[in-house]
Structure formats: C-alpha cells, structure tokens
Design a protein around this ligand. Sequence first.
Ligand SMILES: Cc1cc2nc3c(=O)[nH]c(=O)nc-3n(C[C@H](O)[C@H](O)[C@H](O)COP(=O)(O)OP(=O)(O)OC[C@H]3O[C@@H](n4cnc5c(N)ncnc54)[C@H](O)[C@@H]3O)c2cc1C
Length: 499
Amino acid sequence: MKHEVVIAGGGPTGMMLAGELTLAGVDVAIVERRAIAELVGSRAGGLHARTLEVFDQRGIADRFLAEGQKAQATGFAGVHFDLSGFPTRHPYSLGLRQNHIERILAGWVDELKVPIYRGIEVTGFAQDDTGVDVELSDGRSLRAQYLVGCDGGRSLVRKAAGIAFPGSNPTTSNLIAEAELAETPPEWGIRRDALGTHALGRIEYEIRNGKIVYADHGPVGVLVTEQHVGQTTEPTLSDLSAALITVYGTDYGIHSPTWISRFTDAARQAASYRKGRVLIAGDAAHVHPPDGGQGLQTGVQDAVNLGWKLAQVVKGISPESLLDTYHAERHPIGARVLRNTMASIVLRREDERTKALRDTIAELLGMDEPRRRFAAMMSGLDIHYDLGEGHPLLGRRMPDLDLVTENGPLRVFILLHDARPLFLNLGEPGGFNISPWADRIQLIDAEYAGSWDLPALGRVIAPTAVLVRPDGFVAWVGDLSQRGLTAALTTWFGPPTAA
Ligand SMILES: Cc1cc2nc3c(=O)[nH]c(=O)nc-3n(C[C@H](O)[C@H](O)[C@H](O)COP(=O)(O)OP(=O)(O)OC[C@H]3O[C@@H](n4cnc5c(N)ncnc54)[C@H](O)[C@@H]3O)c2cc1C
C-alpha cells in the first residue's frame, strides 16, 4: 500500500497535519493506535487565540466556537491577562476539552476523506533515498515518500529515527482523574503545601447570570501531587487513593474512576525535527508541563507550519531544503514554551523566597508593556519567525483585515481557507505581476483603509503589498520597487514557471 505521506498518530497534531496536506492535494494517511476515535480522559482544556486564528484561516473556527466558552484564560506567574482590545478577531481563549477538540478535528479530517488505519500501531520503519517503508502492528507495511511522527511524547518514530530528546527529568509527578467520592470533602478547590498543588472540584456546572455554578453532586475532578517521582506504569485507583491519603489524610472513599492519568514537569525537546524523510511534530517533538495550556496549541501550529512545506516538496514544487525551515522556525518556538513552562513550575513553589520572586514578577507584569508582551506570548499571537531584517510584519502572522476587493468586502482569512499562498496588493491595482507563479499563488488587488496593529508591537506602517504563506505568516513586505520579491517567491514557492 502506498501513500505520499504517512502520519503516525491521529491526535490533534496528526489530524491537523493530515488536513493541511489534503488541502494541498497530497495523498496522506493516518495510522492511529487507538481503535476508537474518542479520546478518553481530559488533557487540554481549551484553545488560545492564535490556535483559533489558525482554525479561522481554514474556515473551521466556528465549529469550535459553537461548542466552547470564551474566557480570558492566559496568564503567567499567577497573573491573569485580558486580551480584550488585542488586535485579533479572537481576543480570548476558548474553554473546550480536548476530547471535543479532537472530535471536531476528526469531523473535518473525515470530510476531507483522509484515510485512517485505526487500531493499528506504527512499529518501525526503514528509509532509503526515495521513501520510507512503514511497518504496522498487523504485519502489513506502507510505502510513503515521507513519514511524520505525530505519535505523542513517547514517540516511537522519534526514537526509531535516533533523534535525541534532551531535557530535564521530572521533579514532580501529578495524578489527574475523574471519579466519584463516597464522602463530601470539607473543602473544595485548590490546596497548596510543601508537596505541591492539589485540587478537588465537581466536574458538572452550569452558567447562571454569567457565573459558573458547580453542581452539588456527581463526578469529581481530582488533581493531586504524588509524594514520589519516577513511576512509569499506568496509574491505578490505588495510586490515586494513596496520593490523596498522603495529602488530605483520607481518600474520601474515592471510587469508580472514568479515567486516571499522570503528568510530570519533565521538559524535553527533540534535537532535530527532521531526519531525512522522517519528521516529527507536536508532543513527539516537545514535552513540557501543562502550565499555560500550550502543548496542543504548539502541536497544531507545528502541523500548520509543516503541512504546506511538505506538500510542496512532495509535489516537486520546492526542493527538500524547504523542510529545513520547519525545524529552523518551530524549534525556537518549542524552546520558548519549554522555557516559560519550566519557569512556571519553579514559580509555583510555596516557600518564602519563591513567593517573593512571584510577587516581584507579578509587579513587573502589572506594567503595561511587559503585560502586553507576555499576554501576546502566552496566546501565541506574537510568534515571529526570523525571516531577516525588514518591515515588522515580516515573519509575523498576517492580521485578519477587512478588505475591499472588486468583488466586495472580504476578510483576509477567507482567502486562506484552501491553504494557498496569497499575494495581496493594497496599492495601485495591477501594479504587480507575479504571473510566473500564478499556478501556485493567488494575487488579490484590494483596499484597506484601517490601521495596521500587531499584538505586542502596536501600530506599524501600512505596507503596499504582502506575500502571505499558507500558514498565515508574512514572507515578503514591499512596494512597487519589488525589491527582493522574486527571491522571496522562489524561496517559498519554488522557481518561476517558464513563460
Ligand atoms: C494533564 C494535561 C493537561 C493538559 N492541558 C493542556 C492545555 O490546557 N492546553 C494545551 O494546549 N495542551 C494541554 N496539554 C497537552 C496536550 O494534551 C498535548 O500537547 C496534545 O495532546 C499533543 O497532541 P499530539 O497530537 O502531538 O499528541 P497526542 O495527543 O499524544 O497524540 C498522539 C497520538 O498518537 C497515537 N500513537 C502513539 N503511538 C503510536 C504509534 N506507534 N502508532 C500509531 N499511533 C500512535 C496515540 O494513540 C495518540 O492518539 C495537557 C496535557 C496533559 C497531560
């Protein structure tokens, strides 16, 4: 069996990548170990602003917005940020559990008719000059031009490719679970002690007069820090009970768990996101503590950075070297997430010195400029790929401007729905000719009368024209002198087609 690309793992990263490749006309298949599509248990609790923008660029943000709850849910060091007033159409986070996020993504991938080999594991692979033979747990194998490991933190693909995964070992270990309690605890909510942070709370709630009101019965969410670090087996009810007794002196008769999982503060990142014809993305490339809710966001955005590049290489539009820009751009972003989550872990400690440090940082974040910058970082809106010197938009996300075109009003993100590159001429209509790339790039003449505001940076000078990549990042900014345009078009979208 043959596909142009095989993706190991159909979590959020794998599904996003499959969607991107399919939009670009690539024959891609997912191999997913889980036999059923549904994710059991809870991991991510929502989506931050940039991830919502990324979904908006593909025309699927509404599906998530229809099910989630808008909230101001970014923060750092105990300081909450409010994105209201940020120059984005989504100045908020969206509360929506990962099982729902995955269900919605699965619906999209299904519409795009991505084949999924379910209940099957990738067990190994061998790559040669022209492709990869991917071994499956049912004894079959798949031949592909490229294999992408989106197979989570314990990634077999990463290990089998021999990609190093340096970083820090865990210093804390937490159990997180949903279960029933036979007794009602005297206190609900968060407890902090020398061991770490713990929490007990009802799962079910309703919104009354704009406020969350928790149910007084039903399942309970438990978060408890374990006394010992280093357990690698699947957590059990007796592990959970023991951890509760250590912290609360009782397990409140805990029973009937629907799921129990363990997470730690280990932070590791792949030394390379590519080894020949094998690439990795999402948790396979980086693991870190859940602080700030950044894991799923980073994985989805890895996928959107990689998808169009891999598609162009598979289609022979661009040389293989385009794939190196995936590591060059996304590795620093992953490293930054590791850095801020590691800092968050330290800042959670309850000793006097750490409290003093936390208060000091909170004071700094009380100032406008640091607060704006950190809010832009934690929401992913400030991501900047180093594409060289130039206009501040270069290497940053294209804002979703309200344009006026000859066909009427149009949002920029609508022009990105089919994941094709976009050349936007906001100057004299007809001023630019990119016909040698017309088979790949849509040229739109448009007017935009408003200001150009970027998150964290503020107002920037209005450009005459911009070249926008399918991932929504700006690859060239310029004017009618067209300086550097041919080079940018060739770098990102391949050589010109002969007339
Ligand atoms: C307690 C907790 C809270 C979190 N909270 C947040 C949050 O609030 N916000 C946030 O953004 N992130 C959060 N995360 C992180 C988020 O869950 C992950 O970053 C995200 O799931 C990564 O997606 P992924 O697709 O890269 O990997 P995964 O979701 O791990 O998906 C990998 C997939 O690959 C499959 N697989 C594995 N091995 C193989 C194989 N050999 N062959 C075939 N298939 C295979 C697995 O079955 C799985 O479906 C949290 C995580 C935890 C543990």
